[in-house]
Design a protein around this ligand. Structure first.
Ligand code: SF4
Ligand code: SF4
Length: 283
């Protein structure tokens, strides 16, 4: 079983468009959407949710006003100013350090686990799909990514599947590291702009740091062939295989609007470029 992650140094490069196409092309796989801050793969895979689970992360102080004797010690001790004069606790400001619950002389404060999001196991016409939704303003998306990866790997092992195909988050932060750690290969999707080149370099460095073999795709390469050439030179200089260049074509957007993957519904030249990329990264 191989784990393949599709990543990009920045959002909007077409990473999920490509991942959804791989869902249509790959046989015997489980799909995992690890872009938990802005999950969108479900829009193309049309999942039917079979399991729904709460994702708990971190703690928040809860104050029982019936037990409280209003001594005010907790408000004084809280360095995050989360406890107001009326002894209400602001859940956004509370960092969950637990100090107030230790200092309270009458045990009026308890620490409660936060429900920071949900994760799901779904069926799709392309096979099993593990995905998640992080709550608004919640942190710890790295932990939720790790959960999605763990569950998708368990499904692949249990069903004897050949691939776990992961739609990774954009950027180079904690959730990206959680997405790429321990995978067999990473596919970096970029676009021919200066920021695309810059961000692709940063994420390629992260892959190199974690010793994850990286390959690269240029999406809409013909919008700026000079920068596409620069990206190609960067790949050659850094031992990164350039596995494909996808042309710009309106048929991709039209396919997405119809809720279809590009490899099923876009123009022949786009479909053939994507099939060629999957051929190269799946062997
Ligand atoms: S748990 Fe820590 S941050 Fe939260 S209210 Fe208590 S002292 Fe303040
Ligand atoms: S420390 Fe305990 S008793 Fe004192 S004000 Fe805070 S909650 Fe109430």
């Amino acid at each position: 079983m191989k784990q393949i992650v599709v990543i990009s140094g920045k959002g909007g490069t077409g990473k999920s468009v490509l991942t959804a196409s791989f869902a249509a092309l790959a046989k015997n796989k489980v799909m995992a959407d690890c872009d938990v801050d802005a999950a969108d793969l479900h829009l193309l895979l049309h999942p039917s949710v079979k399991e729904r689970h709460e994702f708990k992360s971190g703690k928040t102080a809860k104050l029982d006003k019936k037990l409280c004797n209003r001594c005010g010690k907790c408000a004084v001790i809280c360095r995050f100013d989360a406890i107001h004069d009326d002894l209400s606790i602001d859940p956004v400001s509370c960092e969950g350090c637990g100090l107030c619950s230790l200092i309270c002389p009458v045990g009026a404060i308890t620490m409660k686990e936060n429900i920071a999001g949900e994760w799901f196991v779904s069926d799709t016409k392309y096979g099993p799909f593990v995905h998640a939704k992080l709550g608004i303003a919640e942190e710890n998306s790295g932990k939720l990514v790790a959960k999605v990866r763990q569950v998708s790997k368990e499904i692949a092992e249990k069903k004897g599947l050949n691939f776990v195909i992961i739609d990774g988050p954009p950027g180079i932060g904690c959730p990206v590291i959680a997405s790429i750690a321990g995978v067999d290969r990473a596919l970096i999707v970029t676009e021919p702009t200066l920021s695309g080149l810059h961000d692709a370099k940063r994420v390629a460095e992260v892959c190199a740091h974690f010793k994850v073999p990286a390959r690269l795709v240029i999406n809409k390469y013909d919008l700026n062939e000079d920068i596409s050439g620069e990206i190609g030179l960067y790949c050659a200089d850094n031992n990164i295989e350039l596995v494909g260049k996808i042309p710009f074509d309106r048929s991709v957007v039209e396919a997405l609007v119809r809720g279809r993957t590009a490899v099923e519904d876009a123009s022949e030249k786009v479909r053939s470029a994507i099939k060629d990329i999957w051929q190269k990264i799946s062997i």
